[in-house]
Design a binder for this molecule. Structure first.
Ligand code: GRF
Length: 204
């Protein structure tokens, strides 16, 4: 079976990146390889994690480009150089533009720390906590032109407990993120995800 070449886009600490790397290394995600990690923020811990695993780590400085298109053209160039087939957004804090989206249509996957379509955008855990929900969770979904609106692959519920703070809740959600993101990647790599309109069929 062919190896699926993966790129991971990040902006921060990279714990979800780590879960993908670990699950590839321990064989839970077979036939896949993270070829490059791209950060839009300099010196992120995610870049260090990549280097620790011998993965190419690249900072692409958004301030060096006139607009989103030229910034993403540089990202596209790096993706093409590594023969990338699947792009993962793991704490990447930008909305993907038209060019990148079109080139990788149905091949960009994001992890979001809330049960979409509730609480999209920034700080999903805090939004849910402030709203007073009794259950929150996380969502892995394909990326489309909206903000956290693409077809849902896997969701996992997490209870909100009486004495939670937003941070405690976020940690409980993160544990589940580290399970469902690698699971979704495995399903993609094995060709088991079929997008039908808004729905994703899982042929597992
Ligand atoms: C995660 O909560 C993820 O759901 C969200 O951003 C956070 C990234 O965390 N999109 P990390 O960088 O993977 O640790």
């Amino acid at each position: 079976m062919n190896i699926t070449n993966i790129a991971v886009l990040v902006s921060g600490r990279g714990s979800n990146l780590q879960s993908i790397i670990d699950n590839i290394e321990n064989g839970t995600i077979p036939h896949a390889s993270v070829k490059v990690v791209i950060s839009d923020v300099d010196g992120t811990y995610a870049l260090k994690r990549a280097q620790q695993h011998g993965i190419e780590a690249v900072f692409v400085d958004p301030n060096k480009y006139d607009n989103k298109t030229s910034f993403e053209n540089e990202i596209l160039r790096i993706l093409a150089a590594h023969d990338i087939e699947l792009v993962l957004l793991a704490g990447y804090m930008r909305v993907v533009g038209a060019n990148l989206l079109e080139t990788f249509k149905g091949r960009i996957i994001n992890i979001h720390p809330a049960l979409l379509p509730s609480f999209p955008g920034l700080h999903g855990q805090q939004q849910a906590f402030d709203h007073g929900v009794k259950v929150s969770g996380c969502t892995v979904h394909f990326v489309d032109e909206g903000v956290d609106t693409g077809p849902i692959i896997i969701q996992r519920c997490v209870p909100v407990l009486e004495d939670d703070t937003a941070d405690v809740l976020a940690d409980r959600i993160l544990e589940q993120e580290h399970k469902i993101f690698p699971e979704a990647v495995r399903l993609f790599v094995q060709g088991k995800l079929i997008i039908k309109g808004r729905k994703v069929e899982i042929a597992d």
